[in-house]
Design a protein around this ligand. Structure first.
Ligand SMILES: Cc1cc2nc3c(=O)[nH]c(=O)nc-3n(C[C@H](O)[C@H](O)[C@H](O)COP(=O)(O)OP(=O)(O)OC[C@H]3O[C@@H](n4cnc5c(N)ncnc54)[C@H](O)[C@@H]3O)c2cc1C
Length: 458
């Protein structure tokens, strides 16, 4: 088949792919962008943005409830309608990507909605939605940004039931009365707390021993306490073994012998990389792999760059965007700093927020470092004390004692994700702990607990 010549083909327009395509097109390259669903990817339509609108709504409910302790009687008659309206109208414009497509076209790119597959080095075949198939030969090469989709565990009876994933949860216009959430990672925890605050009876079934397995155990323990206080039932170390659905209700069998009932089931049990139908075998890569290995310029082979969740360097929008900038420079032949991942931050937007950067204590020990840790509780700080209800949290710092620098840190608290910014700078720039100890921390702030945690290093 004759191929159309172009400079660059971007397969998958997640946040990084969209940004790279825009930058390359503005720099004068002929760029073709292909997305099989919505330009912008998971984050703006089904991930970060709608879920953070939900979190904001849930936090407002919690603050009203706390107001009676702080400011006098306050009550709230919660309604999901404003949440659903904001997500539909303000965040996703009805799950329509016209604005994003127009932005790319204005930048000079050609945009196809369709399925793209590699067809050898620098070649891409596109099944354009609506029928025709086009093959492109890309002079500079191809950028893959295919992202992930919800992983669905092989539980007997689950397939064929109308269970929710994050995609359904953000489109909900009515809430169930009882919800079981399978998975206690960041997505499961955020959504569980939001729905519970709107009156849904929520149970989390987590097969691992605790919530938020990628975070420090202290953070997970604190969150589990908060969830218990808010009436969220957490079953950790428990496997869902069988699902049945009839007349709008679920019956869920657990390996403990207990049976749960619910009128909705949310599967938030991890993500599956979209690598299986991408033609990876035509360029010598394994389509069954969970991640694609990339070098520090995001190259994965001849004329091939890969960015985003599928690189395995953190499934976060900020990683996708960071990699996009590094790969874009390489595509354009510009000099620039290579990608480094020693200070990748992440935030779970529960209340309290759970933020982490760099290595956990265990990961640092596993890496063979001489580790010292220090921690401090926010509720024991002046700010936590004055804050009252909801003012709990913790700071934990992980030091490479041989070098005298932080290699990891955790900030849990009402503004844990914001406090994390300070710690991310410290880990990223390898600021000596001695320097951090001699600076002045504003009083009374939550971040002042960092000074206490540094003083606790032992
Ligand atoms: C519920 C939820 C909440 C989240 N919250 C946060 C958060 O608060 N902060 C944060 O940093 N991250 C968050 N994330 C993660 C974030 O959404 C992703 O890390 C982010 O979207 C970056 O992913 P990506 O760039 O790899 O690609 P994606 O955003 O997954 O986009 C990939 C695109 O590729 C397309 N595609 C795939 N295969 C093909 C093909 N063969 N042909 C054409 N197109 C194809 C897909 O249609 C999709 O549009 C959240 C995720 C979820 C699910």
């Amino acid at each position: 088949m004759n191929a159309l010549d172009t400079d660059l083909v971007v397969i998958g327009a997640g946040p990084g792919g969209e940004a790279l395509a825009t930058g390359a097109a503005k720099a004068g390259l002929a760029v073709v962008v292909v997305d099989r669903h919505l330009v912008g990817g998971e984050c703006p339509y089904y991930g970060c943005i709608p879920t953070k609108m939900m979190v904001r709504a849930g936090d407002a409910v919690a603050e009203v409830r706390r107001a009676s302790t702080l400011s006098g009687d306050a009550s709230i008659d919660t309604s999901w309608k404003p949440v659903a309206r904001r997500i539909d109208e303000d965040a996703t414009t009805g799950w329509d990507d016209t604005i994003a497509v127009d932005r790319l076209v204005d930048a000079g790119a050609t945009v196809h909605h369709g399925v793209a597959r590699l067809a050898g080095t620098g070649r891409v075949t596109v099944e354009v939605q609506g029928g025709e198939t086009v093959t492109y030969a890309a002079r500079r090469g191809v950028v893959l940004n295919p992202g992930t989709r919800p992983a669905v565990p092989p539980v007997e009876g689950l397939a064929g039931t109308p269970y929710w994933t994050n995609r359904d949860a953000v489109q909900a216009t009515e809430l169930p009365s009882a919800l079981v959430v399978v998975g206690g990672g960041p997505i499961g925890c955020e959504l569980a707390q939001v729905f519970a605050r709107f009156g849904v009876r929520v149970t989390i079934v987590q097969h691992g021993p605790r919530l938020l397995p990628a975070d420090e155990p202290e953070a997970a323990e604190l969150l589990a306490q908060v969830f218990a206080e808010e009436g969220i039932r957490v079953l950790a170390g428990v496997e869902l073994t069988e699902v049945s659905y009839a007349d709008g209700g679920y019956a869920l069998a657990l390996d403990t012998g207990e049976e749960l009932t619910a009128d909705q089931l949310l599967v938030a049990a991890g993500r599956k990389p979209n690598l299986d139908d991408l033609g990876l075998e035509t360029v010598g890569l394994d389509p069954d792999a969970r991640t694609i290995q990339v070098d520090e310029h995001l190259r994965a082979g001849e004329k091939l760059w890969v960015i985003g969740d599928v690189t395995g360097h953190g499934a976060f929008t900020h990683v996708s965007m960071y990699q996009s900038a590094v790969a874009q420079r390489d595509v354009l032949g510009e000099q620039g700093a290579p990608a480094r991942y020693h200070a990748v931050p992440h935030v779970t937007f529960t209340d309290p927020e759970v933020g982490g950067v760099g290595l956990t204590e265990q990961a640092a020990r596993d890496a063979g470092l001489g580790v010292r840790t220090g921690s401090a509780r926010l509720e024991q700080s002046s700010r936590g004390f004055t804050h009252g209800p909801g003012g709990h949290g913790l700071i934990k710092v992980v030091e490479d004692a041989d070098r005298g620098v932080l290699v990891g840190a955790t900030a849990v608290g009402p503004a844990g994700g914001e406090i994390l910014g300070f710690l991310a700078v410290a880990v990223h720039a390898e600021v000596p702990v001695d320097t951090l100890r001699t600076m002045i921390y504003a009083y009374p702030t939550f971040h002042r607990a960092i000074e206490t945690a540094l003083g606790d290093l032992s």
